[in-house]
Design a protein around this ligand. Structure first.
Ligand code: SF4
Ligand SMILES: [Zn+2]
Length: 334
């Protein structure tokens, strides 16, 4: 990983070209082939619950039509179709995954986009989907704020388990949020969280660590501000996602010094803050976490530390290593 050096000091924060759907799509590579009758991934992991227990949670990644929003940092399109899947395909995928997973009380039903996007999940399938989920206590789906409306309530009303909705807040940095091409304002996030909570549905937030256009230290401070905002708005948990390159658009920005992947030590710092805030659960997304470290001596200890903080929601003793200086000379505090 490069450090970025002084490049952040001398350049304008944003490029002078428009970052829009056309620009983002023009930088994409090929999608992976997916089977519309099978989820493209599924697994079980342990997660801390609001009540303080640690429980197994199943996650199913449904194969379906790609999300209509084309966010700058998103790579979820890689495992989606270009066409609407047929009515009945999503329930078949769920049946298939449940037959391959041991039983758990909680399920994340993620679809690389928005559960309430009718082009991704046909509304005619809601009833069949709901009936397949009768044995769970909690079902978590994801959605863009603009697609959270009466449809979410219709689905909730068919469900026996409690519904939770995960929403990408991404960042509260107003200009960066706009540049992410998510077509969302903070007011949209707030409205969706309030709409859900006023209807008895809890929500979770996804927060980005170091989206493009921010230095390492700015990435940390805006992630911290975003966690604070998400909890004040009413979410019950925040998951912090270190932004990774590899979707084409981010690689193009990285080549011009507008983006650098964050460092695992920054993730630790943000998670420590979030846990100590004590407003709700704070998790780190540990997918491919090795990408965010350049120190072979401490990566395993740091990964382990983040796993423990996810599960126990308390600050764990910091890792002692010689790699204290972060990119842009941001010194980790612990
Ligand atoms: S809304 Fe979510 S799934 Fe859709 S492009 Fe943005 S980040 Fe990706
Ligand atoms: Zn180290």
């Amino acid at each position: 990983m490069t450090t970025g050096g002084n490049s952040w000091l001398f350049m304008s924060r944003f490029p002078d070209f428009e970052i829009d759907d056309k620009w983002i799509l023009s930088h994409r590579g090929k999608k992976n082939p997916v089977d519309p009758l099978k989820p493209y991934n599924y697994f079980i992991e342990k997660e801390r619950t609001v009540s303080g227990t640690i429980e197994d949670v199943s996650t199913i990644f449904l194969s379906n039509r790609e999300c209509p929003f084309h966010c700058l940092m998103c790579d979820l399109w890689k495992n989606t179709t270009d066409y609407n899947v047929t009515e009945g395909a999503i329930p078949k995928q769920i049946e298939w995954a449940l037959a391959h997973l041991p039983s758990t009380k909680h399920l994340k039903l993620y679809n690389s986009g928005n559960f309430f996007d009718r082009k991704a999940i046909p509304e005619q399938d809601y009833e069949r989907i709901a009936s397949l989920l009768d044995n769970f206590e909690t079902v978590i789906v994801e959605s863009h704020p603009k697609l959270i409306d009466e449809r979410s309530l219709r689905f909730r009303n068919m469900l026996k388990p409690e519904l939770q909705v995960a929403i990408g807040l991404e960042t509260v940095h107003p200009e960066v949020l706009q540049k992410l091409n998510k077509k969302m304002k903070l007011a949209d996030f707030k409205r969706s969280v309030k709409f859900l909570s006023s209807n008895g549905i809890s929500s979770r937030a996804f927060i980005l660590l170091r989206p493009p256009f921010l230095s390492e230290s700015e990435g940390v401070s805006w992630a911290i501000k975003s966690i604070y905002y998400a909890f004040k708005t009413g979410v019950t948990s925040c998951t912090v996602i270190p932004v990774r390159s590899g979707n084409g658009a981010l690689d193009a920005l990285a080549a011009n010094n507008y983006f650098e992947q964050p460092d695992i030590r920054s993730l630790e710092e943000v998670i420590e803050y979030g846990i100590e805030l004590n407003e709700g659960l704070v998790f780190s997304d540990l997918w491919d976490i090795g990408l965010f470290s350049s120190c072979d001596k401490c990566i395993d200890q740091r990964r382990h530390r983040l796993v423990e903080m996810n599960l126990y929601q308390k600050k764990i003793a910091p890792v002692k290593c010689t790699c204290l200086i972060l990119p842009d000379n941001h010194v980790k505090k612990s």
